[in-house]
Design a binder for this molecule. Structure first.
Ligand code: SF4
Length: 222
């Protein structure tokens, strides 16, 4: 293990990056996406790590893979191949996979390298207030997988309390224009129903949110 760390430090020095530089746990990139992860042409940047344990998580096998840890400069090099597409269509990277808003320090390094791209975060918002507040100004749009606003259903499905996500959502709704917030409200078999989705949608609209997508989860055997 020590030898591996030493080799990594030597590689970092050779590449001009330091061992304590923030790194993104990259699982993979999916390029040239349209209408899936926000406006324009997007590249989905899949990252490891999620605080939730959703019963029907479709990313479970992906999240079990070992990520490669890349610096901001390294990820920028991988993304800039699509610079022209991003600029021409108003697109850019969409960070998702697991939970995107866990990497504030990393985005603070990456964002100045590509200020003209549109940054989108796919998030459950179930992150600490500190990292959330640091991340928000670095993104242009948010795709929020809020699931449900019923605390009991939420906790049974995700194994985490709704509170932090709800508090962050309220903050987002009062600080970011509603057209930049896309809320996802799934029908989750065995967990919620149409009446719950109606209540959730009503509460979201009362918060001033307008882009609300209702869709059914398709359960695949894992
Ligand atoms: S929030 Fe998304 S990535 Fe995280 S456990 Fe739930 S479905 Fe999986």
């Amino acid at each position: 293990m020590e030898e591996r760390i030493l080799r990594r430090a030597q590689k970092d020095r050779a590449e001009g990056s330091s061992a304590d530089e923030p790194r993104y746990p990259l699982l993979g990139l999916s390029r040239h996406r349209m209408e899936l992860d926000g406006e324009g042409v997007t590249t989905l940047v899949a990252g490891a790590g999620c605080p939730l344990s959703c019963a029907y998580c479709i990313n479970k096998s992906l999240l079990r893979q070992a990520p490669s840890f890349v610096t901001a400069a390294e990820l920028y090099e991988k993304l800039r191949i699509d610079d022209l597409y991003f600029r021409a269509t108003g697109g850019g990277p969409c960070f998702g996979g697991g939970e995107s808003l866990l990497h504030a320090e990393f985005y603070e390094r990456l964002r100045p390298l590509c200020p003209d791209w549109r940054f989108t975060a796919e998030t459950s918002l179930n992150v600490s207030r500190e990292t959330f507040i640091r991340c928000v100004p670095l993104f242009d749009a948010f795709i929020v997988d809020i699931k449900t606003l019923d605390p009991r259903i939420y906790e049974r499905y995700t194994e985490k309390p709704l509170g932090p996500a709800l508090e962050n959502l309220a903050w987002l709704a009062s600080h970011v224009a509603p057209e930049h917030l896309h809320l996802r409200v799934p029908l989750i078999p065995g967990y919620n129903d149409e009446a719950d989705r109606d209540r959730t949608e009503r509460s979201l609209r009362e918060m001033g949110l307008i882009r609300i997508e209702r869709f059914p989860y398709v359960i695949r055997p894992s």
